[in-house]
Design a protein around this ligand. Structure first.
Ligand code: TGC
Ligand code: FAD
Length: 407
């Protein structure tokens, strides 16, 4: 049976026919949260159970992005939770932002990705760097999902090294002319606006808002992904696009601009990845108690217990890292290198847990009846985007040794 969007609602739902996910908090980290944090978490979790879990396996199998959930994402405050209410944002604190990302990624990394891009990579730069007129023009509509955005930094020949970008703008008086291309851009195929980073004639990196409909601007979809299949990824192609000067961010020049946005998004991923890990652990724990082999539940075998014990240990360490980072961020003390460490550690942790959970589910682990393989494949993108695992290792290496391995 299919719903009005053509997405089957009964195929590929979980084995039990419903989402039985239970949160795991082994170290009573909830005691460190406020009542408001817990209310925000419950609202996001309920929404994911109702709107994401029933359709997500089917969307991933068919490589479809579920456009119909955008309005709901806006309603639960997933777009720009930390942006002030004056601009339509949620005005929430950093931990609330992390909690929402965790609940969304518990559903699917692609859904969290859509929210990360909209909040941290589109709304945040407009909030931080744009003129007041641009803020009022774009932010309230982005907060509700009426407008959707994407973030163009990566190019075909410049991924880990965005400073080498060749996309460029040339000054023509009241407008600039934009040429070049970006690839691997989340949300690009349906985005109404793109926050694009390009070099001017002096070689300085500037940020600008490119709007769908501007002549010479196109967003071809990238097909054939085995990962983040329920997320839409595309290219941004600019062929002599005339962009009015008021669309250029006046307040920022240099790589610091896009990297500041990445710090915000990487922080959200550090929380989000725990959600994917928790979903894999929760499913594996339940399966280990129900699946009988050699006349007993597989959870009675010591090797299964070792896997589960190591999983919850790693999840707990990641939860503490994310919480402490949230406190530092709220105090304005979190450094980019601390954010790098949490992004790298927590995504790596989630990917390893997904692989172990896959083992515990045996053959069923590769089936769409369980969320494991989908999380595992998604996490292969998450460990690559927003800075690869190795780039984040080198950022930590640079921070502790004082030697810059990139130069
Ligand atoms: P470098 O010389 O080190 O720095 C240039 C300027 O930027 C400042 N900076 C930062 N500022 C804020 N936050 C950060 N994390 C920062 N890191 C550096 C730095 O202080 C300097 O400022 P200034 O004023 O002195 O000029 O730059 P570099 O060219 O040597 O590059 C360093 C490196 C390799 C760490 C950086 O390029 C990097 O992080 N590369 C990874 C690229 C990346 O993460 N791309 C992500 C693309 S977007 C994406 O993947 C979205 S996925 C979305 C989704 O679906 O969820
Ligand atoms: P490369 O930079 O070519 O790296 C290849 C390998 O070389 C990696 O293992 C890397 O760690 C290693 N390497 C590179 N440099 C070094 C070094 N100095 N030392 C040691 N090892 C090194 N980008 C956007 O701008 N916006 C988006 O919305 C966006 N969404 C994405 C969605 C998906 C699904 C994916 C897969 C990517 C997305 N990206 C996006 C791009 C992403 O940020 C890049 O893929 C990532 O930064 C890595 O760049 P690359 O793929 O060109 O790999």
């Amino acid at each position: 049976m299919a719903n009005q969007n053509g997405i089957a609602t009964e195929e590929f739902v979980r084995a039990a026919g419903q989402d039985n996910y239970t949160y795991h908090d082994y170290y009573a980290i909830d005691d460190l949260l406020t009542e408001e944090h817990k209310i925000i978490r419950e609202a996001a979790r309920d929404w994911v159970k109702k709107e994401v879990s029933p359709i997500i396996e089917d969307c991933a199998q068919k490589a479809q992005f579920p456009h119909h959930i955008l309005k709901g994402l806006g309603e639960i405050g997933a777009f720009g939770p930390s942006i002030p209410a004056k601009y339509g944002g949620g005005g929430m604190d950093d931990i609330s932002y992390g909690i929402i990302m965790q609940e969304l990624e518990r559903g699917d990394s692609g859904i969290r990705s859509t929210a990360s891009v909209q909040g941290s990579l589109v709304m945040y730069p407009i909030y931080r760097f744009a003129s007041e007129a641009q803020k009022m023009k774009f932010l309230p509509k982005l907060a509700t999902g009426e407008l959707m955005g994407c973030f163009g930094l990566t190019e075909p020949n410049h991924g880990s090294n965005p400073g080498g970008m060749t996309t460029n703008i040339v000054d023509k008086g009241d407008h600039v002319v934009l040429n070049g291309s970006k690839m691997w851009i989340s949300n690009a195929p349906f985005a109404d606006i793109a926050v694009v980073w390009a070099k001017n004639e002096e070689g300085a990196i500037r940020g600008l808002v490119v709007e769908r409909g501007m002549e010479g601007f196109s967003t071809p979809t990238m097909h054939g992904k085995w990962s983040l299949r329920a997320s839409a990824t595309g290219e941004l192609v600019f062929e002599d696009v005339k962009v009015p000067k008021e669309n250029i961010f006046p307040e920022i020049s240099g790589l610091r601009g896009p990297l500041t946005c990445l710090s915000s998004a990487r922080y959200g991923i550090a929380w989000g990845a725990i959600g994917a890990a928790l979903d894999c652990y929760d499913s594996a724990l339940r399966y280990s108690q129900e699946r009988i082999q050699f006349d007993k539940p597989i959870g009675q075998f010591q090797l299964t217990q070792k896997k589960l014990a190591e999983m919850i240990t790693e999840i707990t360490k990641a939860q503490l890292l994310a919480w402490r980072l949230g406190v530092l961020k709220a105090e304005g003390k979190a450094t980019p290198a601390q954010i790098s460490m949490a992004k790298r550690n927590n995504v790596d942790m989630a990917l390893k847990i997904a692989r172990e959970a896959r083992q515990i589910h045996g053959g069923m682990g590769i089936s769409g009846e369980y969320p494991i393989m989908r999380h595992m494949m998604n996490l292969e993108s998450v460990i690559t985007y927003e800075g690869t695992h190795d780039i984040h290792l080198l950022i930590t290496g640079m921070d502790v040794t004082g030697f810059n391995a990139f130069k």
